[in-house]
Design a protein around this ligand. Structure first.
Ligand SMILES: Cc1cc2nc3c(=O)[nH]c(=O)nc-3n(C[C@H](O)[C@H](O)[C@H](O)COP(=O)(O)O)c2cc1C
Length: 177
């Protein structure tokens, strides 16, 4: 019997095999088979996805095939990002901006947004507790508003220091489901 995972992971790190990927692999190990070996991870830094363009001159880049794959085949998109300068990586921000193309240019995909789920995995290296709290609030707020506007469901975020082990396995399972 073939198994189709319900989620796809988009890794927003600037390197395909950095700390974000290490964290993702640790998290995926928490999931049971056949989940753990089947979840696709797409490294955004290996694709050509350019910033939003009002004139739609970048419709031929890698965004459309990827968003089409995400929305047609999966219930949940898991964004994974390192913290770069107190916020999500540029790869994630560019990808979020390009959802504007979905609602303005790709009408058939637009219909598929409603009810889709988004989860977020975040890793960071060194922030004071208070700074971390405000960064968490800001990032959560971006995704809460983004999902509300697009009628998607935000399942929440897992913020993990790179050296820490995964303490809340139940939460990991929920974010990847
Ligand atoms: C450009 C840049 C900016 C960063 N800014 C922060 C930051 O604001 N707060 C923090 O805790 N770590 C920051 N870091 C550290 C990264 O979040 C951390 O090393 C992370 O694990 C890197 O993941 P990666 O290997 O997938 O890029 C920054 C790293 C880089 C390269």
């Amino acid at each position: 019997m073939t198994f189709s995972p319900s989620c796809i992971v988009l890794n927003g790190s600037s390197r395909a095999f950095g700390n974000t990927k290490t964290l993702l692999n640790k998290m995926i190990q928490v999931l049971e088979e056949p989940f753990s070996s089947e979840i696709p991870i797409v490294d955004l830094c290996t694709l050509n996805i350019t910033p939003y363009d009002y004139l739609g001159r970048n419709t031929g880049d890698d965004f459309f095939p990827l968003i089409q794959r995400c929305l047609k085949n999966f219930e949940t998109i898991v964004f994974a990002t390192p913290i770069y300068w107190y916020t999500v990586s540029a790869y994630i921000k560019i990808f979020l901006d390009r959802f504007t193309d979905v609602i303005t240019l790709y009408k058939d995909l637009n219909e598929k947004l409603e009810g889709k789920k988004i989860s977020l995995i975040v890793n960071f290296e060194g922030m004071h507790q208070e700074t971390l709290r405000s960064v968490e609030e800001n990032i959560n707020s971006i995704f809460i508003h983004f999902c509300r506007y697009l009628k998607m469901q935000y399942k929440g975020a897992y913020f993990a220091h790179i050296n820490l082990c995964i303490s809340d396995q139940e939460k990991v399972r929920r974010l990847f489901s």
